[in-house]
Design a protein around this ligand. Structure first.
Ligand code: IPE
Ligand code: IPE
Ligand code: MG
Length: 236
């Protein structure tokens, strides 16, 4: 095990569509394979000292995709119900939390998500933060609206500080991201956890998400272990 290991890993799971294209399969098959990889990755992470994994599964921008693809992606929470229940079955199993807007999801998905969160609430294992209809800019709008309401009710604007902003993030009270991994060769953050990743180490790999496995995860953890995190200070 690495001496210098991340507590919170964020993953931009990208490349499902290109994986499908490379295998002459429909994009939807890429998403199914991607979801299978997710399950394997959770099992691999359970063996590490990582406490939290944030998974970017659907962005606020992904609604711009063709309706058939959006509908298919939105069917995945139900399609993988058994797998999610299996992973969170024991009290030492995963705790599922969601970050993002819930209001634009179907009622069926909203109650499914609530049931995953509620039934795994007391679990002590890996926290799996599913970022669904998540976008950082949307999160900032939400934070600003909450604080503006409090100002209207008498909060002194001078009392607004970083801790107060953090307390209104969708991801509260999760710790900051230590390591951010993006697959498929793209080197951008695509509106993901920008506050939370302010000091994250960034790891990019060309591997498409469905091909990402334990060996690839270990490469990312080795990369992280080799970094010196200074947080503005000079090295020790
Ligand atoms: C990531 O794979 C999954 C989601 C965004 C839901 P993509 O679907 O973005 O795959 P590419 O980028 O087209 O290869
Ligand atoms: C980012 O992937 C969102 C998710 C992985 C869910 P995209 O494939 O949608 O990102 P862009 O639009 O190419 O940056
Ligand atoms: Mg993509």
């Amino acid at each position: 095990m690495q001496t210098n290991a991340p507590t919170h890993i964020a993953m931009i799971l990208d490349g499902n569509g290109r994986w499908a294209k490379a295998h002459n399969k429909p994009r939807t098959q890429g998403h199914v394979e991607g979801a299978k990889t997710l399950k394997k990755m959770i099992k691999a992470l359970e063996k590490t000292s990582c406490n939290v994994v944030s998974l970017y599964v659907f962005s606020t921008e992904n609604w711009r995709r063709p309706k058939a693809e959006v509908d298919f992606l939105m069917s995945l929470p139900k399609r993988f119900k058994k797998d999610i229940e299996e992973l969170s079955d024991a009290s030492t199993g995963i705790r599922v939390v969601f970050s993002g807007r819930k209001d634009r999801l179907s009622e069926a998905n909203q109650s499914l998500i609530d049931s995953y969160e509620t039934s795994s609430r007391a679990n002590t294992g890996l926290i799996v933060n599913v970022c669904l209809d998540y976008g950082f800019k949307d999160e900032m709008v939400h934070v600003t609206q909450q604080i503006a309401k409090n100002v209207k009710d008498g909060l002194d604007p001078a009392a607004i500080d970083e801790a107060m902003i953090e307390s209104h993030l969708y991801t509260h009270p999760l710790p900051p991201v230590d390591l951010l991994i993006r697959t498929s060769g793209e080197k951008r953050l695509s509106n993901f956890l920008l506050w939370q990743s302010a000091y994250a180490e960034l790891y990019f790999t060309d591997v498409y998400w469905p091909d990402f496995d334990e060996t690839e995860l270990m490469k990312a953890l080795d990369f992280y272990a080799s970094r010196e995190r200074r947080f503005g200070k000079v090295d020790a």
